[in-house]
Design a protein around this ligand. Structure first.
Ligand code: ARG
Length: 469
């Protein structure tokens, strides 16, 4: 055990206590961030005259070598020997460069070190998740552009309601994932402050230049309270909450794809590459990816609940409980990135059975509202029109037919306001085309929205934030 402490101890740590306390098994993935943070710290210490230039050069070379060797596999992170990634780096640095290595931790505590590492790692995850969301939006937008006249039923209560288009349906998801991206940008803005220099909890007596460290690490500036700096995990809770929302959206979309893919609907055909078979039933082609995405939503919600609960009773400032932020957060981050990647691939390769979708849109009296609106156009008050069309629907159900399949005589037997133009008024095309208000499925209205979305996707949201100060 190569520990960073021990001077005031007279006994060895019990092995089980050591193992229980150790975090190297999961915080080893912070190695790049740990070395990035140490590098900035050392450059700042030298600028302030706390380290000599020779010490600085030697430490920086040592740190660089450690990272290179770990990445290339020459240096193994021995989980039995080190308590956490911070001890691993420091011990290896001292092995490599000797005395100067012992000065790395001057004016720093593992509390501000881990706060920094986690923030750097999360910031990177925010940008990577944002990038994946953008790729998903691009696939959604392509389908939207190609399907402004692909009719399908719109549902409420999972009952056919009014005809819409595939473009419009996908447009709803575009809005959701766009808001998810906006959440990423919001989190980035709020979290992009540097906790380094907060020390254990009360800053240090060394003349650190915290503004400079923050600048070196691409932060807007230093955090302004040293206790909060080491005790804050809000940004992570916000990120997990945003990830939970991404999963909720992916899960709803997955649920719809599973329904559309069912034998009863047959609206879509999931690509072979994104489906799996059954070991016993040869005819099966299952939508496992959509089901797994829906299923994995639970573990991401779990991560959010877990961290909220971990944090809720903690007195200021650092407490070891906070080490529990990592495993759940890492799992949620990995899960969401995998789900976004696979879901986007599935969507990109999925085929639509447009004929079935249009037929389905025509059945189920999806044009009943339009038939009522037609009567309103002929001077009938809406409430009366609603009643007339209700009777008409009942008549159709008894005769097992649809409104547009009735003869003018049959229609006129229910209301003499019906004329020849009723057939055009209740056709699928007219029902959709007439819906032209902003946000409605009419192809003209949709094309305007699609133009806005195209412009939006040209903006480099997070990239702009990264460059802004
Ligand atoms: N592994 C710890 C964590 O993840 C690092 C900080 C340890 N600090 C301490 N004072 N024990 O939170």
């Amino acid at each position: 055990m190569a520990q960073l402490w021990g001077g005031r101890f007279t006994k060895e740590t019990d092995q089980m206590v050591y193992d229980f306390n150790a975090s190297i098994g999961f915080d080893k993935r912070l190695i790049s961030q740990d070395i990035q943070g140490s590098t900035a710290h050392v450059i700042m210490l030298a600028k302030q005259g706390i380290l000599t230039d020779t010490e600085k050069t030697s430490i920086l070379e040592g740190l660089k070598g450690i990272l290179e060797d770990v990445k290339s596999g020459r240096l193994e992170i021995d989980e039995k020997k080190y308590e956490d990634i911070h001890s691993f780096v420091e011990a290896n640095l001292i092995d490599r460069i000797g005395e100067a290595g012992k000065k790395l931790h001057t004016g720093r505590s593992r509390n501000d070190q881990v706060a920094l590492d986690m923030r750097l790692y999360t910031r990177l995850q925010v940008t990577e998740t944002d990038e994946l969301l953008k790729e998903l939006l691009e696939v959604i937008l392509t389908t939207m552009e190609e399907n402004t006249e692909t009719y399908m039923p719109g549902f409420t209560h999972l009952q056919k309601a009014q005809p819409i288009t595939l473009s419009h349906h996908y447009g709803a998801y575009f809005e959701m994932f766009q808001r998810d991206r906006q959440r990423m940008a919001d989190i980035y803005k709020r979290m992009n402050y540097c906790p380094l220099g907060a020390g254990a909890l009360a800053g240090t007596t060394y003349p650190l230049d915290r503004d400079y460290s923050a600048e070196l690490l691409g932060f807007y500036g230093p955090t302004l309270n040293s206790m909060d700096s080491v005790a804050d995990r809000d940004y992570l809770i916000e990120f997990l909450s945003a990830l939970a929302t991404v999963m909720m959206h992916l899960s709803r979309f997955s649920e719809e794809i599973i329904i559309w893919n069912s034998n009863e609907y047959q609206f879509v055909e999931i690509d072979d590459a994104y489906s799996t078979g059954s070991s016993i039933m040869p005819q099966k082609k299952n939508p496992d990816i959509a089901e797994l995405v829906r299923g994995k939503t639970g573990r991401v919600y779990g991560a959010l609940m877990s961290l909220l609960t971990t944090m809720k009773g903690l007195p200021l400032a650092y407490n070891k409980d906070m080490q529990e932020d990592k495993e759940v957060a890492f799992d949620a981050m990995d899960t969401v990135k995998d789900c976004l990647t696979l879901f986007t691939g599935m969507l990109k390769t999925m085929k639509f059975k447009k004929g079935r979708m249009a037929t389905s849109a025509m059945n189920g009296f999806t044009n009943a509202t339009d038939a009522a609106d037609y009567l309103v156009g002929k001077g009938v008050p809406f409430r009366d029109a609603h009643g007339i069309i209700g009777r008409l629907v009942l008549y159709c159900i008894e005769k097992n037919t649809s409104i547009d399949a009735l003869s003018l005589e049959e229609l006129r037997s229910i209301s003499d306001k019906f004329e020849e133009d009723i057939f055009d008024a209740v056709s699928l095309k007219t029902c959709v085309e007439k819906r032209l208000t902003v946000g409605a499925p009419g192809p003209e209205a949709m094309r305007q929205v699609i133009e806005k979305h195209k412009q939006y996707l040209k903006e480099d949201t997070i990239g702009n934030l990264m460059r802004s100060k």
